[in-house]
Design a protein around this ligand. Structure first.
Ligand code: SF4
Ligand code: SF4
Length: 344
């Protein structure tokens, strides 16, 4: 573990920028998000988990996949430097690992030929994630429902702990250990630092709400598929899609071609969501999910049933963004509690 006094953090980030394209928390008007770093002095290290999730770094809201002209496909040139993310919270680091199960290498096994998304892999595989432990979790945080905690390092390459006067960099993955091992000119963390880190982790754990047991939710969701509970929950939802777009794990997308059909143009991938009525609209006009409750149920089924079937994990990390953003105060934690309390 190394220690970086706060007055030297810009120096550390500047060195990182020599090799990596660095993203860090920033303010954009009233919103907070991850932005490319041009000047380390502009990083706001005090931002908690950003309003907009960092999935955009690897899975942009709108991404040109390729261009075409006269039957020729042209690859889009991108920044060739690998990506370093600074200041990612534990829930978001785990979200990226979940998305890597869908798009990348995390769920690939030697004996299967599951699809790998080259646009995700070219960014995520070479990246390095510096995650920041949460010393003061919010009331909307519930990462502890999923076996994690505010100082959890899963999904990070290096865990960063703020001890007040310094940042302590604690390598987690092999990549993180290699990187930290290669650094010169930084002091080792002291015993006092380690004591402070442990105390901060303990305080942060205490600040979290009670853990809600999720055992059996997958079966429960399946049993309740046709039950009226979804009518009541779905009646509140206005299908604005904000929860899905802000979510660090939702990953539905649409693919569209722009330009002269078959002649010159570009193929674009853009975010989409199962909360929108036209998401499942068929050419015939039939919509298998034409009711609001059907769409809301789909989002919950995906997170707490289908994803577990496919990838052995919940598709939620308890970041709390959807709780904050929903205009009708539809709280995912309340929905889970209601579903779990319901008789099948
Ligand atoms: S469903 Fe809500 S709490 Fe869970 S990861 Fe998405 S935004 Fe965060
Ligand atoms: S943010 Fe709330 S109202 Fe909007 S789609 Fe999500 S659950 Fe429905």
């Amino acid at each position: 573990m190394i220690r970086i006094e706060k007055e030297r953090i810009d120096e550390f980030i500047r060195a990182l920028m020599e090799t990596w394209s660095v993203y860090a928390p920033a303010r954009d008007g009233k919103n907070t998000l991850f932005a490319p770093v041009e000047d380390p002095a502009g990083i706001d290290h005090g931002i908690f988990n950003t309003d907009k999730s960092p999935k955009e770094i690897f899975f942009p809201h709108s991404e040109v996949l390729f261009e075409f002209e006269g039957g020729e496909i042209k690859k889009v040139e991108r920044d060739a430097r690998p990506i370093a993310v600074w200041g990612l919270r534990g829930c978001d680091a785990r979200s990226l690992r979940l998305l890597d199960k869908v798009f990348g290498s995390a769920w690939q096994k030697p004996d299967n030929d599951m699809f790998e998304d080259p646009y995700w892999k070219e960014k995520y595989d070479d990246s390095i994630i510096f995650g920041t432990a949460c010393n003061e979790p919010r009331s909307t945080c519930f990462c502890n429902w999923f076996g994690a905690g505010p100082h959890d390092g899963a999904g990070m390459d290096v865990k960063v702990v703020d001890t007040g006067e310094a940042f302590i960099l604690d390598p987690v993955s092999e990549k993180g250990k290699k990187y930290i091992g290669s650094l010169k000119g930084w002091a080792e963390a002291t015993k006092k630092d380690v004591t402070k880190m442990k105390a901060a982790a303990k305080e942060a754990d205490k600040a979290m709400g009670e853990v809600f047991g999720m055992d059996g939710i997958q079966e429960k969701m399946a049993d309740l598929f046709l039950k009226p509970v979804w009518n009541d929950i779905g009646a509140k939802c206005v299908n604005c899609g904000a929860c899905a777009f802000i979510c660090s794990t939702c990953h539905c997308f649409d693919v569209q071609d722009e330009g002269k059909k078959g002649k010159k143009g570009k193929r674009i991938r853009i975010w989409d969501t199962c909360m929108f009525p036209i998401f499942t609209m068929e050419a015939s006009g039939h919509n298998p999910r034409d009711m609001s409750k059907d769409r809301l149920r789909q989002r919950f089924m995906h997170k707490f049933s289908y994803f577990i079937n496919n990838y052995d994990e919940h598709l939620c990390t308890g970041c709390g963004r959807c709780v904050i953003v929903c205009p009708v105060n539809l709280d995912i934690r309340e929905v889970v509690r209601e579903v779990m309390a319901c008789e099948a």
